[in-house]
Ligand binder design. Sequence first.
Ligand SMILES: [Zn+2]
Length: 86
Amino acid sequence: MSVAGSSLASMESRPARHPQLRTLVCPACGERGLLKPLLWGMPDESFDHGKYESGGCLPPSSMPPDCRCTGCGQDWYRDGVSGFNN
Ligand SMILES: [Zn+2]
């Protein structure tokens, strides 16, 4: 007797259309590759804490920061960090 049809693990991979955060330098601590995407809202069981940072259930504003440095803990707007590449 075999049990089939348990598809709990559905890998969802979205194409990245924004600048790679790992290539950006944190303006505060100057480290490269420590920025992670910052997601707002209640994280569910599929939330990947290795890839993303959880900002919390409620965004602090209508335009909350969208990335966080895991080195110094500072939140950033990706567009703002992009300008600090050089
Ligand atoms: Zn930093």
